[in-house]
Design a protein. Structure first.
Length: 335
């Protein structure tokens, strides 16, 4: 049953990537379908941005296909987990931000930037974000089934049964401050989501929309979830009976969102700002500092997760080898 569910979810995720990939390919080939003002952005920047985002979604499609194959269970864990962590960090805030912002716009009548036709036609937003919603649900659903097939014993075990790995003390030194930092950044994002202009300039405050407010809410709550999940994982005695999958899912999703939607977006804006100093792209003041700190916190979570994965993989291999030795039938010696 779980294998059939995994196959269905993975194949649906691959199909959900198709509209976005087709649209990006048309734009790369010079067909400005759905673009109202193709001259607003320089051609080189337009091609580079579309090529990069095409590559990201193509990787997501390949990973979704790999999850459905028997060889996916034998693939190196890091080869799948890294792109899936990035995909979680990008898709979850996008889904919650777009859906929450659209609903808020319908209820309050607030300005929705996806309804304007000055640069990108509204139908393009429907195709792109509709595909992202289906892709996010199916890809992350397929990954959840895959993770329980491959690491179900670990995910179902209580926190109190976690093995004390050799680097847990070092992880606490780095992850405890990272959790506190993520909690502080989450509170700031939630504050901006409520309409506060703390640390922002007048131009950024005036450019706020229902989508940006919902995105701030989403980013803030995910950062708070990440902080709680990290603290429970590095201090398992706080709730020893809680299943590992819940704090791990919170730390996974929230840490990925801080790194991908927060830190990496800030880094891209900073690079764009450096290449085009006449048109500042990176946020100034407190929002810019928040982006840089989210990048640092996300990198800390990524490094700690990589060390833990390596330790757990080594421990699982050692246990498997010991079981093979114990279960090996004794050989008889005839004289």
């Amino acid at each position: 049953m779980s294998s059939r569910r995994l196959t269905l979810l993975g194949r649906t995720a691959v199909l959900a990537c198709t509209p976005y990939l087709a649209l990006k390919l048309l734009w790369l080939l010079g067909f400005d379908v759905g673009v109202g003002d193709p001259h607003r952005i320089g051609r080189a920047v337009w091609v580079a941005a579309n090529a990069f985002t095409f590559l990201l979604d193509a990787i997501a499609a390949v990973v979704a296909h790999t999850l459905t194959r028997p060889a996916g269970l034998r693939a190196p864990a890091w080869l799948l987990l890294l792109p899936l962590w990035m995909a979680s960090g990008l898709l979850v805030p996008l889904m919650t931000g777009v859906v929450g912002g659209s609903l808020a716009g319908l209820i309050t009548g607030g300005r929705n930037p996806m309804g304007s036709d000055d640069f990108i036609a509204p139908w393009v937003f429907g195709v792109v974000y509709g595909g992202f919603l289906v892709e996010g649900v199916t890809l992350l659903g397929a990954f959840a089934v895959y993770a329980h097939q491959r690491w179900g014993g670990l995910l179902r075990s209580p926190l109190g049964d976690l093995a004390d790995t050799g680097t847990r003390t070092v992880q606490r030194i780095f992850l405890a401050p990272a959790a506190v930092l993520l909690a502080a950044l989450g509170c700031l994002n939630v504050l901006w989501g409520t309409g506060s202009t703390l640390g922002t300039d007048a131009a950024e405050a005036a450019a706020g929309t229902v989508i940006s407010s919902a995105s701030n809410w989403s980013q803030g709550l995910l950062s708070l979830l990440a902080a709680a999940g990290l603290l429970l994982l590095v201090f398992p005695r706080l709730m020893p009976g809680l299943r590992v999958r819940w704090p791990l899912a919170a730390a996974w999703t929230g840490g990925g969102a801080a790194f991908a939607c927060g830190g990496c977006m800030w880094l891209v804006q900073a690079v764009t700002d450096g290449l085009s100093p006449g048109a500042p792209a990176v946020s100034r003041g407190l929002p810019g500092l928040v982006g840089a700190l989210e990048l640092c916190a996300g990198l800390t979570v990524l490094c700690a997760g990589a060390f833990t994965l390596g330790e757990l993989t080594t421990d699982m291999r050692g246990n498997a080898q010991r079981r093979m030795i114990v279960e090996r039938p004794a050989t008889r010696t005839y004289t």
